[in-house]
Write a protein that binds this ligand. Structure first.
Ligand SMILES: [Zn+2]
Ligand SMILES: [Zn+2]
Length: 457
């Protein structure tokens, strides 16, 4: 059973370079789901499982008393089967983020089967497509189609467009993956229902509680917990590493998904065995893998270079700072200010309060009475160069004062000062600026052309 499907050759070996566009152009989507055809388009098996499990759980909750031992066991078994998915299906098989010893592989395969989410091979294939085609029509759980589609909708109806190709030929070589595929049905019944029931039954005589709580209700919770990685993790939270796509980092998502909530990080660095990189962030799956490595059960835990991770963080920080920068007003561009002769400066100073500082002419009329040092200190410099007085001669003004002064610039004195080369002519708030590479290219191009040793030299 299933052996023939395990191809050793990568399935995506010969796909065209423009695969996504090519596929969307050539694949004829199934007809849209309407009131007249929806029942023919249902994924019957998934729908049956997704309805039966909650119905059985609700029946159990209403009719079977919950004893504390069963409550503890259900919670524990939720964690065990959840870890089977997160540390096993997801981080070990779908992403190959570490190597597991054979006993750990069997444990994870069995625990993961108890979460009843399809075989490792099927699950990994879908998940790899999700990473490769995130936020495109070839993403099986495309988050752009809304919360409910990515949570559960994609399993209820047959997909209109087939998910993009993703290679899982590496998994074909795994003994455990093949074993699980072969015995999948028996394992589901055993791990999903018999084991949780038997533990509670033999342990403290609660056979019914074992079945309804540790079996059905626990399965219902573990289902929606995993589904949240496709829905909630693409829905709420922050984007500290990249905002090109929908994945987000959120403590709430981490809490309900056994630590898979740092999904913004995960989509940027999918081969990293961690989801959370800070020690205080909630990622029990990472702690589990790490503990296994200390016990000699896991090896070669992969992490992305910290330098590259921090680059992503810096980019997002700069992006936010740029938004702040753009929301503020800065001094007028010196190149756009009128160039004024000494004579004209003198003439106009007689009519309004103009002061020359660092080569710029400032109109201080509206400020002169507000000057913390007193009106007189400005008044005596009207029509004069107050550079030395401003920069320490009388009082070494604060950076805030320098920034504010620059807002009063109305002109540049002809031959006054070479702008941009002296700290005095650049307000402190503009000495470090966030610029797009295209803006930087323009500046550096103009500098190299004006240099004596430029390309003509
Ligand atoms: Zn995702
Ligand atoms: Zn993933």
């Amino acid at each position: 059973m299933g052996e023939a499907k395990f191809s050793q050759e990568p399935i995506d070996l010969n796909i065209p370079d423009n695969y996504v566009a090519w596929t969307l152009k050539h694949q004829k989507p199934l007809p849209p789901i309407t009131w007249s055809n929806w029942w023919k388009e249902l994924n019957t098996l998934s729908v049956a499982i997704l309805i039966l499990v909650p119905v059985i759980s609700i029946y159990g909750v209403l009719n079977v008393p919950l004893c504390w031992q069963t409550a503890v066991w259900s919670f524990l078994y939720y964690f065990i089967t959840g870890i089977g998915i997160t540390a096993g299906y997801h981080r070990l098989w779908a992403h190959r983020s570490y190597n597991a010893a054979r006993p750990l592989e069997y444990f994870l395969a069995m625990a993961g089967t108890g979460a009843v989410q399809g075989s490792i091979r099927w699950w990994s294939r879908g998940h790899r497509a999700h990473h490769r085609y995130t936020d495109t029509d070839l993403d099986p759980y495309d988050a752009r189609r809304g919360f409910w589609y990515s949570h559960i909708g994609w399993m209820i109806f047959k997909p209109r467009i087939k998910p993009g190709v993703a290679d899982v030929s590496d998994l074909s070589k795994s003994h455990v993956v093949r074993w699980q595929h072969r015995w999948y049905l028996q394992l589901i019944i055993g791990m999903g229902f018999i084991l949780p029931t038997v533990v509670a039954g033999l342990g403290w005589g609660d056979w019914r509680g074992g079945f309804f709580y540790a079996g059905a209700a626990r399965l219902c919770v573990v289902h929606h917990s995993t589904f949240c990685v496709n829905s909630l993790a693409h829905w709420i939270g922050e984007t500290p590493f990249d905002d090109k796509h929908t994945p987000k980092d959120s403590f709430i998502t981490a809490l309900v998904t056994v630590g898979e909530g740092y999904h913004n990080f995960h989509h940027q660095f999918p081969v990293d065995y961690r989801n959370a990189i800070k020690w205080y962030q909630y990622d029990p799956t990472k702690w589990f893998i790490w503990a296994c490595s200390k016990l000699g059960l896991a090896r070669q835990l992969k992490t992305f270079p910290d330098n590259e991770v921090r680059k992503g963080q810096l980019t997002m920080q700069l992006k936010r700072l740029r938004e702040t920068q753009e929301s503020l007003k800065f001094a007028p561009d010196p190149n756009e200010l009128p160039v004024i002769s000494w004579e004209s400066f003198q003439e106009q100073s007689a009519k309004r309060a103009l002061v020359l500082i660092a080569g710029f002419i400032h109109d201080v009329s509206s400020f002169i009475d507000e000057h913390p040092g007193g009106r007189h200190l400005i008044a005596k410099h009207i029509g004069k160069d107050a550079t030395t007085a401003f920069f320490g001669g009388v009082y070494d003004h604060s950076n805030a004062a320098h920034n504010w002064l620059s807002m009063m610039r109305v002109g540049v004195l002809s031959g006054g000062m070479q702008h941009g080369l002296d700290d005095k002519s650049v307000p402190p708030s503009q000495r470090l600026r966030i610029a797009r590479y295209s803006e930087l290219c323009l500046n550096s191009a103009s500098t190299s052309w004006s240099e004596d040793e430029g390309i003509l030299g």
